[in-house]
Design a protein around this ligand. Structure first.
Ligand SMILES: C[S@@+](CC[C@H](N)C(=O)[O-])C[C@H]1O[C@@H](n2cnc3c(N)ncnc32)[C@H](O)[C@@H]1O
Length: 391
């Protein structure tokens, strides 16, 4: 469980900025279409503006920007000599007020705020919901700020226009982005996602991908679908983005109707999957097992321990069978025999759960063990300190 009161100001406004190499790569791709007007809907301190300026868009007439944080917006304006027009603080509000009269943009670039719906102020929650309803898209309260941002940005693109943005990698599968996946596939002729092998935004621990999509030239035109460059590395950013976009093999139809996970499969693998689906003898995983989330201990070494620790501190009463990590499970089935073997090898095969010990009268042996945790300052760790009783 996360609490809004414990989140940083930076996180609550989604203020994690794009590094220059990534902004330059996306801007380079947009440049190929020679846009006269560009929108940066949440410009932060102006990483994308700098990239545009550095790449000399001689055909550019105007760059329109929004940014909720006035101080950051000022920094962005000071950072560039581009022909800037500051539209508004809140992009979602501006969009809803101006969409009727807006003639649209040739390109949209940026990195929208990633903020859970529950953390948004009520006014912004309502704005987000309205954006879905105006376009007849299904809305859920599980959404995140980046979703209405992308929907509004695509809507604001002129026919044939390009959108190039950093977005969360959950675009591929998260249920609340289904409306967006549907909308992108419906509105765009080609959608390319650059999916990095490693985290590119290490501060946030948020997996991100680069979205490069071109709006259909005509509403009635048929889209080619979605493609992904998987396992991208920093060296991918040295490649020509336009060549990547043109050479990609796009997939359409059933494969991209729901989640976009099947794009990662080869066509042979997809055929095999379809074949399996048609066979009665092939069961769904959920027919034979149930799935549940794992535990978050906040300090695995302390709460997941080998038998020797249990014996040393006499903690048998609070030890529950567990495997330390997936690497300790060899194969699909984890049996009692495997567990015994893990215990014998000295692997952490016990999960310590002191719930039964109560929080008031703590037995001496537990106290002794917990004092070890205190000396390691485990009680100050985020996941531990947000519990009622850190252990
Ligand atoms: C992930 S940062 C990206 C900033 C910049 N585009 C970049 O790529 O470095 C998202 C930015 O969105 C801004 N923001 C949050 N909510 C907004 C809103 N409703 N309208 C406009 N900007 C917003 C935040 O203040 C933050 O600067």
């Amino acid at each position: 469980m996360n609490f809004i009161a414990l989140e940083s100001k930076q996180k609550l406004r989604g203020g994690f900025y794009t590094e220059q190499t990534i902004a330059s790569f996306l801007v380079k791709w947009v440049r190929t279409s020679r846009p006269k007007s560009i929108l940066e809907p949440s410009c932060g301190d102006g990483a994308f503006l700098q990239a545009i300026e550095e790449q000399h868009f001689e055909f550019l007439k105007q760059v329109c920007i929004c940014e909720l944080d006035a101080e950051e917006a000022e920094k962005a304006k000071r950072r560039t000599r581009l022909p800037i027009r500051f539209l508004a603080g809140d992009f979602l509000r501006w969009y809803l007020q101006c969409i009727q009269n807006e003639e649209g943009f040739d390109a949209v670039v940026g990195n929208p705020p990633f903020i859970r719906y529950q953390y948004l102020p009520e006014e912004q929650q309502l704005l987000a919901e309205k954006i879905f309803s105006l376009l007849n898209l299904r809305f859920t309260k599980h959404t995140n700020a980046w979703v209405p941002f992308i929907i509004a940005s695509v809507k604001l693109l002129k026919p044939g226009g390009r959108i190039a943005m950093v977005i969360p990698s959950e675009i591929f599968h998260i249920p609340h982005a289904q409306s967006l996946r549907h909308y992108l596939a419906d509105q765009c002729s080609r959608i390319l996602l650059i999916d990095p092998k490693e985290l590119w935004f290490t501060d946030t621990l948020q997996g991100t991908v680069l979205l490069m999509a071109e709006k259909k030239p005509k509403r009635s035109a048929k889209g080619k679908g979605v493609s992904v460059v998987s396992n991208a590395t920093r060296r991918t950013l040295d490649r020509d983005p336009e060549a990547l976009f043109q050479e990609a093999k796009y997939t359409n139809g059933e494969t991209i109707k729901g989640k976009w996970m099947q794009i990662f499969l080869t066509s042979r693998e997809r055929r095999l999957l379809a074949d399996c689906r048609d066979r009665q003898e092939v069961k769904l995983f959920s027919d034979v097992a149930s799935v549940d989330v794992g535990i978050v201990t906040g300090a695995n070494k302390f709460f997941l321990v080998p038998d020797s620790t249990i014996e040393e501190f006499q903690l048998q009463q609070w030890a529950h069978p567990m495997f330390g990590r997936s690497g300790h499970v060899r194969g699909l089935v984890y049996s009692r025999k495997d567990h015994r073997s893990n215990k014998k090898s000295g692997l952490p095969a016990n999960f310590l759960w002191f719930r039964e010990a109560g929080l008031k009268k703590v037995p001496v042996n537990i106290k002794k063990y917990l004092s070890l945790g205190l000396s390691e300052k485990l009680h100050l760790r985020f996941k531990c300190r947000t519990r009622n009783g850190w252990y």
